[in-house]
Design a protein. Sequence first.
Length: 105
Amino acid sequence: MTIKSRKPIFSRAARADLRSIYRYIAADNPHAAAAFVLDIHLKISSIAEIGFPGVARDQIGRHLRALPYRDRCIYFRVEDSHITIVRILHGRQDVTSENFPESEI
């Protein structure tokens, strides 16, 4: 079985989520904030590299996949050449289709 490496591409909402995560943690500890955001980036690179399929979240959005990671949930779509990181939300957050507008997906 051949594993296909894909490039991660971040939606505007996902980039905004990472900035919000950084700012929230940085208010108390800028070093921890930078390390946490870097760790999320490394996990996303791993998802793209190994082709992790994630858990289907079609009830929220068409072809949407999810991976819980460190109190966050990384929402993404797998395409032939890339994965699109759609959102990075807190794992305890109630998530609905309203968190994933079609224009951002």
